[in-house]
Structure formats: C-alpha cells, structure tokens
Write a protein that binds this ligand. Structure first.
Ligand code: C2E
Ligand code: CA
Ligand code: CA
Length: 555
C-alpha cells in the first residue's frame, strides 16, 4: 500500500538534485523559505556547500534578472511551474532550474543537469552554419552575420569589402584525380584562407569551390588589393589557383544582395580574362550588369514581337569544297540598340531560364528550314544546332526535341546538336545520359569550342560524339611561326580522326589557315573565308543556285 511506503526513501533515490522548501510568513507576506529537505543527490553534488548555495548561484546566473525568491513566491501564489536555464561557472555545468508548488506550504525545486543537451544543440547549430569539409562557416552563416557587418560599417563610417574567390581547377581535378583529391584541395585552400583571419578578416565557404572573404574596418578600398593579392600569393605558393572579384561597401552599392553579385561579376570577369587573378568591381561591370538586367526583362516581349532571327553559316568539306551543311546561329534584332550578339544575350537567357523557350524556337526553325531546303532545293547537308547546357539539362529537352522533329518531319540523322564541355560541369552523368538519348534517336552530336574549356580527353571518351569542332582561337594562331598551335591542332585532328569523328575547324578567315588545315587532314571548314552567317533568304538564294549569294571574305 502506498501509505505504507516511505516517501523519503523514494525521493532519496531521485538522481536529480532536489530541494523542498516551506514558506515562512510574516502576516500574509512570505519573508523567507525554510529548507525542509535536500536529497542525497543535491548534497552529493554540492559537497559541503549549504543547499542555499544553489539558490545563490542560480540567482546570480538566472537570466531576465528574475530573483529566485520572487520566483518561489510567484510559484506559491500562482501554482505555476517556473523554469530557467543557467550555467554554473564553478561546476562548468548547464542547469535547468525548475520550481513548483506541491501545496501552499511546500515548494519543490530541482536542478537538472542539461549540459549534454545544450552541447548537442550547440553542435547541431554549429553544423548548420559550418561547412563540414573545411570547418569554415558556410553561406548561411555569412548571410546571418551580413546585416551586422553592414550595421557596423554604417555606425563606424568605415568600409568593408567582399572578395569572392573561386578555385580555378577543382572540377578538372575531381574529374581527373577523383573526389578525394578535390576534397584535399578544398581543405588546403580553406587552411590558407583561414591563416588570414583576424579581427577584421573573416572567411566563409560559400559552396562548391567558392569562398568569400569579408574584410572590415577599412578606411580606403585600396587595402583590399593588398589583402587579396596576399591571399592569392599564398594560394599560388601551395599550387592552388583561384580567381577573385572584389566589391566594396558602400562604394559600389548598399544593397547586400547586389554586393555579393558584384563581387561575383568581377570574379567571373577575372576568370574569363585568364584566371588566377583578382578584379575589382568597376563602373563598366556595373553598366554591363544593368545591360544584362535590361536584356533579361526585355527578352520575352522581344521574342513575342519576333525580334529574334536565325542566321546560317555554311560549312564546307576541305578536300572536295562541297557544302557540308550549315550552323544555325541566333540573332536578336533590337530596334533601339541594333543587333545584339548571342554571346551577350545567351548567357542572360541561360540565367533567366528563357533559353528553354528560345532554344525550342531555334530547334523548330532550324528543323523546318532543313526540311524545306531538302524538299525545295534537293539539298543533302547537315543542320547544326547549338544547345545550351541549361537547355539540355532541362527536363523538357528530349520532349521538345521529339516534338519538333515530328512536327517538322526532319530526319534526325541530318541534324547535329552542338554542345560545349560546359554541359558536363554540374552533373556529368545526367548530361551523358541525355546525350545518349539524343544519339539513340539518330541525331549527330558535336563537341563545340574544343580547346577553350578543359579539353579533357576523358570527355571525348564518355560523350557519344560524331563531330569535334576545333575552336577558332587555335585556328587563328595556327600560322604562327612557333608552330605550337599547328602542332596541337595536328595531334587533335589525328587523334579525333582515329576515333572516327569528323573534324570541323572554326573561324577560318585566311587562305594560309585553310592550307595548313588541309595538310593536317582536317575534314571540314567553317569561317568567314568561305562564308559568313547569313539570313534565311540569302541562304535560299544561294541554295537555289546563285553562288554569288554567299557572303565571304575575298582575299
Ligand atoms: P559558336 O557556336 O562557336 O558559333 C560560332 C561563332 O563564330 C559565331 O558567332 C560565328 O559568327 C563566329 N564565326 C564564324 N566564323 C568566323 C570567323 O571566320 N571569324 C570570326 N571571328 N568569327 C567567326 P555568333 O553567331 O556571334 O555566335 C556566338 C556564340 O553564341 C556561338 O558560338 C554560340 O555559342 C552562341 N549561339 C549562337 N546561336 C545560338 C543558339 O541558337 N543557341 C545557343 N545555345 N547558343 C547560340
Ligand atoms: Ca556552335
Ligand atoms: Ca564554336
């Protein structure tokens, strides 16, 4: 029976420090508490210290300035549970201090050790804001602290800079030496970045191969050059190459999102201009940024109004001089600024996703022309159509391709889809799977701009290619006396020909270039020398028999 149980014995077994108190009244007000009982756990953990010591300690640590005495009084009068968390400096332990009434004459307070729970929560929070591989704070943490950094700069009238770093060869290393080698590079880079940290400089891993350095308390933006140069030098000293971009608060903008974007733009500019260097965000880049914004907003309406047009550039067999086919090249005829180059608007369309609509239109237009020319002009060439990585990786790509092929009635073996190595960057497996599907349908696949990207031989093996296009940068230096470009082009052509692929030399502008290409057994030529990109009507004029309709450089 319960009444026969010795309650004290039960409570003595409780492994949480516990204290029972009785209010001492002066009239109707409580003036003190008398300790009725302390359990062995409490005595054990406080050793010789009087139980009241717990309250004294609790009292000094409890947040909100809540006095334990007031808490106890409130607990008695309201009959509610009061709980506070506090840290004991002396014991290095976190406690949950709870106090509640059993009856109007009795209060029970417990001191539960919650250190493990607190540490776990801390760990969890840390893992959310920390990159596990490099132990650097992550992008989330960056944005969390960003508003404070801005506030501090405003309050102290100082500047701060963002230096956005992007490792130059991580992807290539991952592909050639494996993920672990890539991880080692990231860890090494992180260690070097970290060595620059001090009260004013903080580093974050932004994701992938991107790091962001925040340098605060600056009076002039010039010191950002010194800092970023020193970092790049340290990286280079350990064989890490990186490109960087700098943006300055408040000089460039006071908008936090834009500041990150601007540093990124400068970084991409550094990457484009040869890598392993650092660029400061400039008014020119700002102008470019605004122009791109303008393109982005204007593109959909322009498309509806029919401002986009497809041009076609002829390709010729070098040995026989016969027409091999055409590459479809997109143009934007903008009424205010004139004709905009695809090199300018395609990246914007990729960013906004509009490339999917634009790309589908290009496919449809190119396929329809191909079919029409075959029927009308007894034409037997190949139509090359560029597909952007964004477009190719979109779920709708194969569906669009099938639909457009069926609608136009084109024979897929008469069409070549041109891709760049960029398609392999994010998800190599998926890209290869999509291209395998394209190939399975009978389409030809060509690797564009070979020689400008990673030009990894592995890509040549894993992609289901039929054709390789040697980039114009090689062709343009092919006649140089040092013979470097010629040698490289020679090895590319002989290797690729052995693999059974067609070779197309791009950007051929001079007879000398063509002669060398012929000696190197390059199969096909595409360039201003033999024909510039032309409108559909000009091509139709040419196909109908007017050889003078070709627009080419006459030497
Ligand atoms: P690309 O695919 O490498 O296209 C070849 C570019 O080289 C074309 O520039 C062409 O006009 C130019 N070119 C051809 N022969 C010569 C030459 O002898 N000398 C010089 N200097 N240039 C020559 P374009 O038409 O301005 O296109 C630029 C880039 O825009 C293309 O490079 C391609 O990456 C992209 N692009 C064009 N149309 C489309 C499209 O429909 N879809 C996608 N995704 N990208 C496209
Ligand atoms: Ca192309
Ligand atoms: Ca090309």
């Amino acid at each position: 029976m319960l009444s026969e149980v010795n309650f004290k014995e039960i409570i003595d077994c409780v492994k949480i420090p516990l204290i029972a108190l009785k209010p001492v009244y002066d009239g109707k007000t409580i003036k003190d508490f008398q300790v009725l009982y302390t359990n062995p756990e409490l005595i054990k953990s406080i050793a010789d210290v009087h139980a009241g010591e717990y309250f004294v300690q609790a009292e000094s640590k409890i947040e909100n300035g809540k006095h334990w005495f007031e808490m106890a009084v409130q607990a008695i009068t309201s009959k509610e549970l009061f709980a506070e968390t506090y840290y004991s400096e002396t014991r290095k332990v976190w406690f949950s201090f709870e106090i509640q009434t059993a009856d109007p004459e009795l209060l029970v307070a417990t001191f539960t050790d919650i250190t493990a729970k607190v540490r776990y929560t801390e760990q969890l929070q840390l893992s959310l804001v920390t990159d596990t591989l490099t132990t650097l704070p992550n992008r989330y943490q960056f944005y969390k602290r960003f508003q404070d950094v801005i506030k501090h700069a405003d309050e102290t009238s100082t500047k701060f800079g963002l230096i956005s770093f992007d490792l130059d060869n991580l992807k290539q290393l991952n592909d050639s030496k494996g993920q672990q080698a890539g991880d080692r590079l990231l860890i090494k880079a992180a260690r070097i970045f970290k060595s620059f940290e001090n009260g004013n400089i903080n580093v974050y891993r932004f994701g992938g191969d991107e790091f962001i350095v925040v340098a605060e308390n600056l009076t002039t933006s010039d010191s950002l050059y010194t800092i970023s140069d020193a970092i790049l030098e340290a990286l280079n000293a350990e064989n890490v190459n990186a490109s960087g971009g700098i943006s300055v608060y408040p000089d460039n903008t006071t908008e936090s999102e834009d500041l990150v974007k601007f540093a990124d733009l400068a970084m991409h500019d550094a990457k484009k201009t040869g890598k392993n260097r650092i660029f400061m965000f400039t008014p020119e880049l700002q102008k470019e940024f605004l122009r791109r914004m303008m393109y982005k907003t204007k593109m959909p309406d322009a498309f509806e109004r029919g401002e986009f047009e497809l041009f076609f550039q002829p390709q010729f067999d070098i040995a026989s001089s016969e027409l091999r086919g055409f590459e479809a090249l997109l143009r934007w005829n903008q009424p205010e600024v004139g004709r905009i180059s695809p090199e300018e608007f395609i990246p914007v369309a990729e960013e906004s996703g509009f490339i999917n609509i634009l790309g589908a239109w290009v496919l449809k237009k190119a396929f329809t022309c191909q079919k029409k020319w075959e029927e009308k002009f007894d034409y037997h060439g190949v139509m090359s159509v560029n597909a952007s990585p964004v477009q190719l990786m979109d779920e709708s790509f194969l569906f669009t391709l099938d639909e457009v092929a069926a609608l136009s009635g084109v024979d897929p073996t008469h069409v070549e889809i041109e891709v760049t190595e960029g398609v392999l960057i994010d998800d190599t497996e998926k890209a290869v799977a999509v291209l395998d599907e394209v190939k399975r349908r009978g389409f030809r696949i060509s690797l564009d701009d070979f020689g400008t990207g990673y030009s990894s031989l592995r890509y040549l093996q894993i992609l289901p290619l039929t054709t390789l296009k040697i980039d114009k940068s090689f062709i343009q230096s092919i006649t140089e006396s040092d013979g470097v470009s010629e040698n490289i082009t020679n090895s590319i052509i002989s290797m690729v020909t052995k693999m059974g692929l067609d070779t197309i030399a791009e950007g051929v502008e001079k007879v000398d270039q063509l002669k060398i290409l012929q000696e190197l057994n390059c199969k096909t030529v595409q360039g201003f020398l033999r024909g510039k990109p032309m409108s559909q009507s000009a091509i139709e004029e040419y196909l109908s028999g007017n050889k003078n309709a070709l627009d080419c450089i006459s030497e």
